[in-house]
Design a protein around this ligand. Sequence first.
Ligand code: MG
Length: 454
Amino acid sequence: MMIYADRLKPLWIIAISIFVLGSCSSAAVGEQRPPNMVIIFADDLGYGDLGCYGHPTIRTPQIDGMAAAGMKFTQFYAVSSVCTPSRAALLTGRYPIRSGMVGNRRGVLLADSTLGLPPEEITIATALKGQGYATACIGKWHLGHRPAYLPTRHGFDYYYGIPYSNDMVPTPLMRNEEVIEEPAVQETLTARYTDEAIQFIERSKDRPFFLYFAHTFPHVPLFASPRFKDQSRRGSYGDVVEELDWSVGQVLRCLSELGLAENTLVCFTSDNGPWLQYELKGGSSGLLHEGKMTTWEGGMRVPAVAWWPGKIKPGEVNLTVANTMDLFSTALSLAGVDLPTDRVIDGRDLSPVLFGREELEDQPFFYYRNAILSAVRKGPWKMYLITVDSLGGQAGKLIEHNPPLLYHLEHDPSETFNVSAAHPEVLAALHKEIAEHQANLVPGTFMLDERETQ
Ligand code: MG
C-alpha cells in the first residue's frame, strides 16, 4: 500500500514528545525483540545537497525533520568515492580492499562484469538473518548482477531493484533473481521502490527486520516522477532529491503509523559525494572540496542522519568521525549478534554515540582511491600521500606528494591550507598509522580488474 500524506504532523514534534515523555513503551518493546534496522542509502548525494546541511534551494523537509528528531553527523564518511566499493564497505563492515571490491582500471562493476561480492563475505543481512530477521534489499545493488552474487545470495530474503548503476545500458529491473522490466522505466523508480519498502515493512511488522533501501538517484541520468518533475528551484537535480526526501518521509511515517518507530533505527546517508563532472546534473559538496572519484572531503564525506524516537535524543549534532562500516558493527550489536572473529572488521559500534552514553576514541580512517591508499585521517588531521582531482586539466591523474599534504579538517574543512611544514610530528604519527594498517592488510584474492580478465 502506498501512503501519500503531504500534510504531516512534523516528525520531530512526535519524536520530541516521545523522548520527553520517556521511553517506557519502547523499553517494553525492546525487551520483546531486537530492534529493526533501516538503512536508506542515496547514490551520489553530496554533503551540501540537503536543507539541513545548508542547501539554499533544495527542499528536504522530511530529512530535515528526521535530523531534528534524531542525530545529524557532520563528519561521517562513505568508504569510497564510487559505488561498488562503497556498498561493499557498508554491507560487510570492511574496507573494500579486503573483499576485493576495488580495482584501478575498473573502479566499479559494469554491465558486462561477471563477478561480484565474494560469497564468503558476511553482510549485515547474512548476520541478521541468522538472528531471525526478515531482510530486504530495495533499490540499487551494484555488487554483482550474475545470479551467484545477487542480494538473494547475500542474506536478503527479498530483492527489488536495479542490479547496477542506472547509466549502464540496459538497466534491468529485478525482483529477486528475475528480470521483470528491461529497460527499467526510471521515472517511477523512486516511487516504486518506496511502495516496495513500505510493503516489506508492513508484511514484516511482527518480527525483527532489516531493510537496506538503496536509492538509484541522484546518480545520473536523473529521473523524477511526474509529481516531482519541474517542481524544484534547483532544476532536475532538485526534483530528484526532493522526491527522495518524500520517500524518506513515507518510510518514517509508515514506521510511526505501525507503532514500530520506537523499536527501529533508521539511518540515512549517501554512497559517495556528488558527480561534479556532470556540472548542473550533479550535486554539491557544500563547503567541502571536490567530489566523486576523489578522496578529497567532497568525494567521501556525506550527509548522515540517525533516527530512533525515544532512544536518540532529538536535535543532536554529532561531530564524531564515523563511517558506513560502523553501521555493520552497530547493526550486529543492536541485534545481539557477535562480530565475526575469523576476519578483520573495520567498523565499530556507534551505539554509545547514538544513545549519548560516551564518545569514541579517535581511530584512523583510511581513504582509498580504488585500490590505492591516498590519505589517512585521525582526529582533526588528514594527511595525503596521493591526490587526484575530478575536474580541471589534471583530472584523473594521480599526484604523489612528498612531503605529504596535511590539513586540519576541523579548522579547515575545505582543505585550503596545507600545514605539513609546521607539523612534522603529526606527519610521523600518521605515517605510523599507515604502516600499521598496511602491515595487517590482506587484500582480497583478486581485485575487480584482475577478476574481469579471468
Ligand atoms: Mg554512487
